[in-house]
Design a binder for this molecule. Structure first.
Ligand code: B12
Length: 217
């Protein structure tokens, strides 16, 4: 992207992408992102600088009644569609960092952030199983065992799901002990003033960059 003002490019891309998804233009939203990717915009940056920021803006517009819940659903659905198209272009690193199971807690319906983290850590050399969200505790434990995970990631956006996070962490600790690393992330942890005692041995990552940083050691 030599010669291009990347901060300007980012703002234009965010504005264009927001406009297309709220107009329900799936094909042009995809074309915009694929063009950006082909001109050198790295996928993790597209995830965080475009999808994340635009979905946060969608959340603000929704909260302020400037768009409907249907608009929000459509924008999110289009973003998930575009992400799955981008996924096939992710370059997977040769190095092997370990095995990761990633999920959202029971009751949690937000799953785009967890999906992004799963994709980007896979590209960074993790062997990833992404369970989606709203998964019962027993099923999660079974997946961790079958996948022989070294790292377990939990996503929670809503603060009211914190008791479910604690329940899951305690169940996983009972089953696998302290050897399994647990990483927490999502909106709930950004607003939390202090981590509850039950979660003190978990790592918290506030965004994609943070997640990469914390899983490289
Ligand atoms: C899309 C959306 C929905 C969709 C989700 C669909 C789906 N398939 O995911 C649906 C319609 C289901 C939904 C429902 C609700 N939502 Co909603 N939603 C959103 C919206 C617009 C976007 C969410 C998103 O994808 N963000 C983009 C991702 C990339 O960001 P992220 O999740 O923060 O993830 C990043 C980091 O947090 C981190 N991360 C995330 N998970 C993890 C995990 C690990 C291990 C790590 C390391 C890192 C990590 O990495 C990601 C990349 O950097 C947000 C707006 C917002 N500010 O996020 C509102 C928002 C989160 N929702 C909100 C609300 C209120 C609700 C509902 C209560 C609405 C209702 N009355 O029913 C329900 C609750 C449902 C539930 N039980 O979970 C509020 C929450 C306010 C609050 N803090 O309390 C928000 C902020 C909107 C708003 N401004 O009011 N929502």
């Amino acid at each position: 992207m030599a010669g291009i003002d990347t901060s300007q490019l980012k703002i234009v891309l965010q504005q264009d992408y927001l406009r297309e998804i709220l107009a329900g233009k799936r094909k042009s939203a995809l074309d915009l992102i694929m063009d950006a990717y082909r001109s050198g915009y790295p996928i993790p940056a597209i995830y965080m600088e475009v999808f994340q920021e635009v979905l946060y803006e969608v959340g603000r517009l929704w909260e302020n009644n400037q768009i409907t819940v249907a608009d929000e659903h459509m924008g999110t659905a289009i973003t998930q569609y575009v992400m799955s198209n981008l996924y096939q272009h992710l370059e997977i690193a040769d190095r092997q960092r370990g095995r990761l199971v990633m999920t959202g807690v029971q009751g949690e319906l937000h799953q785009v952030g967890a999906n992004m983290v799963a994709d980007v850590l896979e590209a960074d050399g993790w062997d990833v199983q992404f369970l989606g969200t709203n998964v019962p505790v027993d099923g999660v434990i079974q997946s961790i065992r079958q996948h022989k995970a070294d790292l377990f990631g939990i996503s929670s956006t809503m603060l009211f799901n914190l008791p479910k996070v604690i329940e899951l962490v305690l169940a996983v600790r009972r089953e696998f002990g302290g050897g399994l690393r647990i990483m927490l992330g999502g909106g709930a942890f950004r607003t939390l003033p202090e981590l509850p005692d039950e979660l003190k041995d978990c790592v918290v990552a506030l965004n994609l960059r943070d997640a990469l940083e914390r899983t490289r050691h």
